[in-house]
Design a protein around this ligand. Structure first.
Ligand code: MEV
Length: 416
């Protein structure tokens, strides 16, 4: 069977339909530009004037917890999907990704100004059932889905008093659910504690309690390149990851490569990418600067990723955006915990590809084909003009600048 990346876009859609990933309506949606209707768009944002398109691609070769996945990714960066596929293929020869997910709930903060003159713990004990009732009444369906208020604690800082609520948002990312519950609880607490002054109530994006982990064990032979044997590549990858532990400048780039994969799947599935970014950056610090770890064990390279991923599989844009719904159908409708495991795996794959390329051929070799395609598009090339332009740039890489490519394009058109 022809490799997926060698097919035309139309052939890929046809194949996905034949394999049951897409319905006829999905194919029509993709073939006609997969745009948002004006009606949906104008309900999603204020002052809507149109849609902003980004390419949607699929990463194949992913085997996660013994299940095969085609993973939708949305990104403007040419090599991101290719890099994920490449790593996933090597990993699939060695048992795939193994994930573990913890999804405990979202923290919400209700902050008052002033001094608490009563015993806070005792107050909470007395009020707990009423506070739980308020949460249930504010979001009656949440309890039916297994979610709801799970815990409340109280903290004092100088002249602030903070109520910390742990709310399980079930399958939703939960921002709206949590903020609505917090505002109802804040109103009640203010009535009970008139000596305090309510400052604000809002969920926290610090979310280490929504944690996804993925692990891979890759035979070093899978990492070999033409010039370098597998063990040497693995040793260099471990060294690169050790260096990133020590260098803040490198750690940022190491993590950026991981974010390439994470954000692309989050975007494709309609998730709030800023929430993920905020949670991830808040999880990292001087002592713990990286999301992944690479170690050698005999002839195997062991890679792990540990990353907070407070996301959802229903609700908000996830349910409203037709493209996000299509992406979730391609993923075979994972629940939120499964989606966390999938996204963590893509992050780990992205990191493996980046490290392997960096310590062997360098990153540019793999990037160039797609960069040239993108340059050809920028120069105004039509679909059928891209291949001859890319072949020309392969032969004359020194001509890879916009002016030279525009000139070559004009020449090709004249020769027709
Ligand atoms: C580029 O988008 C990402 C990399 O810089 C990541 C890395 O250096 O690890 C290649």
């Amino acid at each position: 069977m022809t490799k997926f990346y060698k097919l035309t876009t139309a052939q890929r859609i046809k194949q996905l339909y034949q394999q049951g990933y897409l319905s006829q309506a999905d194919c029509y949606f993709l073939e006609t530009g997969s745009t948002l209707t004006t009606q949906t768009g104008s309900h999603l944002v204020e002052n809507y004037i149109g849609n902003f398109s980004l390419p949607l691609g699929l990463a194949n070769n992913f085997v996660i917890d013994q299940q095969d996945y085609l993973i939708p990714m949305v990104t403007e960066e040419p090599s991101v999907i290719a890099a994920a596929c490449n790593a996933a293929q090597r990993i699939s020869h060695c048992g795939g990704f193994h994930t573990q997910v913890q999804r405990v709930g979202i923290q919400g903060q209700i902050v008052f100004q002033g001094q608490l003159s009563i015993d806070g713990e005792q107050f909470l004990q007395q009020q707990y059932l009423r506070l739980k009732e308020i949460a249930d009444q504010t979001h009656p369906t949440l309890r039916q889905h297994g979610g709801g208020l799970k815990n409340i604690t109280i903290q004092k800082y100088d002249d602030f008093v903070e109520f910390d609520l742990l709310i399980d948002s079930a399958e939703a990312m939960g921002a709206n659910i949590v903020n609505t519950i917090l505002e109802a609880e804040a109103h009640y607490l203010q009535q009970q504690l008139p000596q305090l002054q309510l400052l604000m109530s809002i969920l926290s994006n610090h979310n280490p309690q929504q944690l996804a982990q993925a692990q891979v064990k890759v035979k070093v032979s899978e990492l070999a390149t033409e010039q370098c044997d597998g063990l040497q590549v693995a040793q260099r990858m471990v060294a690169a990851s050790r260096f990133a532990q020590m260098s803040r400048a490198r750690a940022a780039t190491h993590n950026k490569g991981i974010m390439n994969g994470i954000i692309a799947v989050a975007l494709a599935t309609g998730n709030d990418t800023r929430n993920l970014s905020a949670a991830i950056y808040s999880f990292l610090n001087e002592q713990h600067p990286l999301l992944t770890k690479w170690q050698l064990q005999g002839q195997n390279l062991i890679g792990t990723i540990k990353v907070p991923l407070p996301l959802g599989s229903v609700g908000g844009a996830i349910s409203t955006l037709p493209s996000a719904q299509l992406a979730l159908r391609i993923l075979r409708r994972p629940n939120a915990a499964q989606l966390m495991g999938i996204i963590a795996s893509v992050g780990l794959a992205s990191n493996l590809s980046a490290l392997r390329a960096l310590v062997t051929t360098g990153i540019q070799a793999g990037h160039m084909n797609l960069q040239w395609q993108s340059l050809a598009l920028m120069a105004g090339a039509q679909a059928e003009e891209i291949t001859p332009l890319v072949s020309y740039l392969k032969k004359y890489p020194q001509k890879a600048n916009l002016a030279a490519v525009k000139l070559k394009l004009q020449q090709l058109r004249k020769e027709k």
